[in-house]
Write a new protein. Structure first.
Length: 70
């Protein structure tokens, strides 16, 4: 019956490995979703900073109108 015990142990290891792989797959999916969310947020921040930079450098300098003689 040694072979039956060995077969049972091997099948048990396979099942445990499969469970661990499923667990890791769920964790990787969760991390991937978090990465996509962070990437989206970072892009929004970059766009805001670029807009602020453009607005700050594109402002025309205001001067007072010259006095007319008269």
């Amino acid at each position: 019956m040694s072979w039956a015990r060995d077969a049972y142990a091997a099948i048990r290891k396979i099942v445990l490995i499969e469970d661990r792989i499923e667990s890791l797959s769920e964790q990787v999916k969760h991390l991937a979703d978090a990465y996509v969310d962070l990437d989206r947020r970072l892009l929004r921040l970059e766009a805001k900073f670029e807009l602020i930079e453009k607005v700050a450098t594109a402002r025309p300098k205001r001067t007072l109108p010259e006095k007319s003689e008269g």
